[in-house]
Design a protein around this ligand. Structure first.
Ligand code: NDP
Length: 335
């Protein structure tokens, strides 16, 4: 079977461009003992992949130039040499950006029947778990508190906003497009929103948070996050989930130093990587799925069609082309 794959052609400088990616045609290898041949159906493109395109120490090894990019994906089993899977099973795991991948069966999971398979890449996958553990374990929101969420209209952010509402909080979301903010308010019940690209964020936050900020869930960093610091309440919790505004910078942006604000408010700032919670993923998925079934937690996706558009969909994350989870559709099951 003719295969196609996408490799890192060069390390990006600034916002990635299509030239940083290279398409190749290759042959599909048969699976070995304990392996499964999987046809890709949906690819998740994620901001953290930008970090893997950079050299240097991080929580996960960088991609080498010439290496096939990999990310979370959903696929259909074509051929199995494992007794855990059979042809036509829909599975999820880390896939190379290829039409077909041979994957160790131990690295795959069956996709839960019921919700659309793409939910395994969003609300019932890594972004949902990130929101769940980041907000509930680190943020510990309490009824009546004010929770501010940056990157509020993305995959993680939309889930955080809804979980904070489930916990009875006043939720203030920041996103860079008016139609995203409309979605947050009208569809997700977010109490106040700010278009950080247009507003005076400091002033707008002051107005949106008359009782100050108890929890700040930070997806973006930079000036948006600086603007939250003067509004922190006593005992505030800052959850450092992501810093997308800085992912394309070659020189880190220092900004306002947070320590004085933490001292005077006895505040806590904690970063995390969702895999810190791997032992509790089962609990997280079960609870998220329960809320989805109850209709308390909803989700939206931006789906770009065609494997060849995977790099473009990834690059689009940095100009906010997605509402909710950004996914690339490669094929339908049973094609
Ligand atoms: P999103 O779906 O939120 O997509 C990225 C969004 O970021 C865009 O839609 C855009 O929305 C916003 N954005 C892009 N550039 C900027 C900028 N310069 N300043 C402010 N906002 C910007 O992605 P995810 O939900 O997958 O991820 C959200 C964050 O969570 C990321 O920082 C990611 O790295 C992090 N993350 C962390 C994990 C962890 O384990 N700690 C796990 C998963 C994700 P807009 O239109 O509003 O600008």
């Amino acid at each position: 079977m003719q295969n196609k794959e996408i490799r890192l052609a060069s390390r990006p400088s600034g916002v990635p461009t299509l030239e940083n990616f290279k398409f190749l045609e290759t042959d599909t290898q048969p699976p070995g003992e304990g392996e499964v041949l999987v046809r890709t159906l949906y690819i998740s493109v994620d901001p953290y992949l930008r970090g893997r395109m950079r050299k240097g120490r991080s929580y996960i090894a960088p991609f080498e130039v010439g290496q096939v990019i990999e990310s979370g994906a959903v696929g259909e089993v074509i051929e199995s040499r494992s007794d855990r899977f059979k042809p036509r099973d829909i599975v999820t795991g880390m896939f190379g950006w290829r039409l077909y991948n041979v994957i160790d069966a131990d690295h795959l999971m069956k996709v839960r029947a019921g919700p659309p398979a793409t939910a395994a890449l969003g609300v019932l996958g890594i972004p949902g778990l990130t929101a769940y553990f980041g907000l509930l374990d680190i943020g510990q929101p309490k009824e009546g508190e004010t929770v501010v969420v940056s990157g509020a209209a993305g995959a993680v952010g939309t889930t955080v906003c809804q979980l904070a509402k489930i916990k009875g909080c006043r939720v203030v979301g920041l996103a860079g497009h008016d139609e995203k903010n409309r979605y947050l308010k009208e569809d997700l019940g977010v109490d106040a929103t700010i278009n950080y690209r247009e507003a005076d964020v400091r002033q707008a936050l002051k107005e949106a948070c008359p009782k100050g900020i108890d929890v700040y869930f930070d997806n973006v960093g930079g000036e948006v996050s600086d603007a939250t610091l003067p509004l922190l309440n006593h005992g505030a919790r800052i959850v450092i989930c992501g810093q997308i505004s800085m992912y394309n910078l070659d020189v880190p942006d220092i900004g306002l130093r947070p320590q004085p604000f933490l001292v005077i408010n006895s505040g806590v700032m904690k970063g995390f990587i969702v895999t810190d919670y791997v032992a509790r993923f089962g609990e997280g998925i079960q609870q998220l799925n329960h809320w989805v079934e109850e209709g308390k937690l909803t989700f939206t996706e931006t789906i770009v069609d065609g494997f060849e558009n995977t790099p473009r969909a990834f690059i689009g994350l940095f100009s906010g082309e997605n509402l909710g989870k950004q996914i690339v559709k490669v094929g339908d099951p049973g094609d």
